[in-house]
Design a protein around this ligand. Structure first.
Ligand code: ZN
Length: 522
């Protein structure tokens, strides 16, 4: 079952589990959410339980007894539990109605979220050949889909692939100029008082960004693996139960979180793969109301991720997989076509230009960047050939623009024949050229200092007449213009003005009632 977030995946095993005799066993890696999932089901009258490492022995024994007595409709299990002999024997002694393998993409070794514990799930059909199995995921390319099927022995199964389109999410990707300012503009200008998630790559930037938002009067909390589990749980619970809280998080946050009214997902750093990006942005707008997926990305992101891949552990094949993931993400960032069409194509589905993404709303202009590309590449080549030197983006741009800095004088780079040949473009434009050449594989980064080097494809531009089309760097802060007059979606854009107080009243009531019942306001 391939279905986007919010499409109703869980029902596909919950209802069969209720209808069949015995207990539906759900394999899920989302240990932190099992308690919430089970609570929500119990509130609906479904007898659900879970077994994972967060329980004490008494709680575990109680759940095991309920299972053996046939009193459980659903049992949630972490995959590492299933690998224990004791758990397997327990399942043998009870009555299993079905196995549901949630987040099934975790079994794919070449996917973006591989978990070794999932490999053992391939034994399910050998040990329990008569128990029906269903595998579910919200994110899989055709290749991942095929790998899930073969690893879990589901080649002959019925395959249901729903449309991955999330039409209410507006996808926007813009160059990172002043990220903090850009983020504040998005939150204040379009999402005042809305619940949302801001993703950052490092713990440090999570902390700093959360502080920045709080200083600017926005209700925000941090979430990352460096915080103690009590704080993390508290912040997650607040996010689920309160209105209008912003969580600033590393990607560790959000998997399986069921909050319908997340109005925006913002990325301050480039995600490592399209799968990851799609999964994270998919947490916005599960209620079907207008929502925003916003990403700011710049040259530094490309350099940093290329460097991380080079220094990553694992063999050549592993690095190649990472690079392929990154290339697809960069292609999405640099496209001049509809973002949605590109996203759907990545997951093997067709789409029409959507009218609800930045490239549709304000089609980017492109320009012939062949000559600047040649100037830049030949600077890199000359430094190597004439001086046996390699430099990062900053120095190369200074050479092209003919700036006399200390470092330029020190290395006598003002004596190079290319010195000043690119003075017609500004700093931002040149960074845009480098970023796009890196994204297109016409340039590469190397080593700890992120020095620029040419690739085999660079020769095609330098010597074989290959032309280079580049996106025009947008002027700052143009993007928000389109959304300026939009009412915040949380106030239900369709309501007449006189109905708004009643709506807000009801919303406050819902929020308080949810708090009293200690459950998310759904
Ligand atoms: Zn579009």
């Amino acid at each position: 079952m391939l279905m986007p977030t919010g499409g109703g995946k869980s029902l596909c095993y919950q209802i069969p589990a209720l209808a069949r005799e015995g207990t539906g066993v759900v394999i899920s890696p989302l240990i932190a959410l099992m308690q919430d999932q089970v609570d929500a089901l119990r509130a609906l009258g479904v007898n659900a339980g879970f077994l994972n490492s967060t329980q004490n022995p008494d709680e575990r024994r109680l759940t095991e007894a309920e299972f053996l007595e046939g009193r459980l409709d659903l049992l949630y299990l972490a995959p590492e539990r299933l690998n224990l002999d004791s758990t397997r024997q327990l399942l043998d002694r009870g009555h299993v109605a079905l196995f549901a393998i949630d987040e099934a993409h975790c079994v794919s070794q070449w996917g973006h979220d591989f978990r070794p514990d999932y490999l053992a799930l391939s034994e399910l059909h050998e040990r329990w050949p008569d128990v029906p199995r269903i595998a579910l995921t919200a994110t899989a390319t055709r290749a991942t889909h095929a790998e899930i099927s073969s690893r879990l022995g589901l080649d002959d199964a019925l395959h249901h692939v729903a449309s991955f389109d999330r039409p209410n999410i507006q996808y926007r990707i813009e160059p990172k100029n002043e990220p903090r300012k850009q983020l504040l503009q998005l939150l204040r200008g379009e999402h005042d008082g809305d619940a949302g998630i801001v993703y950052c790559l490092s713990r440090k930037s999570v902390e700093e960004t959360a502080e920045l938002l709080v200083r600017n009067g926005i209700d925000a909390v941090p979430y990352h693996a460096g915080l103690d589990s009590g704080t993390r749980e508290r912040h997650q619970a607040r996010f689920l139960r309160e209105d209008g809280l912003v969580v600033v998080a590393t990607i560790a946050f959000g998997m399986g979180i069921d909050k319908p009214d997340v109005r925006f997902v913002a990325h301050l750093d480039l995600p490592k793969s399209v799968e990851g990006y799609y999964q994270e942005t998919g947490r916005a707008g599960r209620d079907g109301l207008p929502s925003t997926a916003w990403l700011a990305y710049g040259l530094q992101d490309v350099m940093q991720q290329r460097k991380m891949i080079q220094s990553s552990e694992g063999d050549q094949a592993h690095r190649r997989t990472l690079a392929t993931h990154l290339d697809a993400m960069l292609a999405l960032c640099e496209t001049v076509e509809c973002r949605r069409v590109q996203l759907l194509a990545y997951f093997g589905q067709d789409g029409e230009p959507c009218g609800n993404c930045d490239t549709c709303l304000a089609p980017p202009e492109s320009w012939d960047g062949t000559v600047p590309a040649q100037k830049l590449l030949s600077t890199v080549v000359r430094l190597k050939r004439e001086r046996n030197q390699k430099f990062g983006a900053g120095q190369i741009i200074d050479i092209l623009r003919g700036k006399t800095t200390t470092k330029i004088t020190q290395y006598r780079h003002d004596e190079l024949s290319v010195f000043g040949v690119g003075s017609d473009l500004g700093d931002t434009e040149w960074r845009g050229v480098i970023r796009q050449l890196l994204a297109a594989g016409l340039l590469a980064v190397e080593g700890e200092y992120g020095t620029l080097v040419t690739t085999p494809a660079s020769d095609e531009v330098l010597y074989q007449g290959r032309t280079v089309r580049l996106r025009t760097e947008p002027k700052r802060a143009t993007r928000a213009a389109a959304a300026k007059d939009k009412k915040p979606a949380s106030r239900a854009a369709d309501l007449p003005d006189e109905a708004v107080p009643t709506f807000e009243h009801l919303r406050a009531w819902r929020s308080n009632t949810a708090k009293d019942q200690a459950s998310p306001p759904t």
